[in-house]
Design a protein around this ligand. Sequence first.
Ligand SMILES: NC(=O)c1ccc[n+]([C@@H]2O[C@H](COP(=O)([O-])OP(=O)(O)OC[C@H]3O[C@@H](n4cnc5c(N)ncnc54)[C@H](O)[C@@H]3O)[C@@H](O)[C@H]2O)c1
Length: 266
Amino acid sequence: MLLKGKKGIISGALDENSIAWKVAERCFDEGAKFTLTNAPIALRMGKINELAEKCSSKVIAADLTSLEDIQNLYAESNVFLNGKVDFILHSVGMSPNVRKKKEYGDLNYDWLLKTLDVSAISFHKMMQIAEKNKILNDWSSIVGLSYIAAQRTFPFYSDMAEAKSLLESITRSYGYRLGKSYKTRVNTISQSPTITTAGSGIEGFNAFFNYAEKMSPLGNADASECANYCVFLFSDLSRKITMQNLFHDGGFSNTGISEDIIDQFS
Ligand SMILES: NC(=O)c1ccc[n+]([C@@H]2O[C@H](COP(=O)([O-])OP(=O)(O)OC[C@H]3O[C@@H](n4cnc5c(N)ncnc54)[C@H](O)[C@@H]3O)[C@@H](O)[C@H]2O)c1
């Protein structure tokens, strides 16, 4: 019961493959109470209601690029949770350029702005409104999900790489600010390729998933393992970890080449 008595908000659970879905299940098992949120269009799938039922949670629709929606999410969460929050999960990403297969050398710039807004600036918006509305308890924890394309080039990741760089920068800047005011910590988890709707939408995902599996000494980290890491970061065991991008990738980020890959090319 690592999260006993803790209250939170979990975004991004679309279906049972979503990282956020696994996080919600684990947080519930560890004793947390939380609201679930997703974009109105995603809620139409209806799957999230199953999760809410299972976790005694409440679903609140919010497009996280909309300030009004975030205000409403916090107001409704406050009523359901009967108070302020101890943790927030930002598990949201989307690139219209990737979705519509626009190449990196032919980006639609309006779509690029949308990519940045949905996948990174929404994280800032969530924290800015949380700070202004004073919804955070002292020693609360905020986690976003990132990918190593923020540091290294993965051509298929296109403008999502820019979004993840921005997400990690916002993590440092807001981590400093919220650390000073509420002792709140802010971190991103840089997760292995994971088979989800967002992940599989990236071109060449399967080949890359297999490559990363063979490169990582521990193998890829899956969504359930990512959920464990989130629980740790929401728990009191991680109180002094903040402003970090934390690789959760089985060792991929520090491996130059693996024997498995060498064998494949020999
Ligand atoms: N799957 C991977 O390989 C992988 C690897 C590293 C990081 N990540 C990151 O993990 C996070 C979760 O992705 P996932 O892989 O679980 O996929 P997913 O498709 O299950 O989740 C993405 C979620 O973002 C939501 N979303 C999109 N636009 C939104 C908006 N405007 N407002 C609110 N919600 C919105 C979607 O409805 C969906 O629930 C993303 O930030 C993703 O970039 C994924």
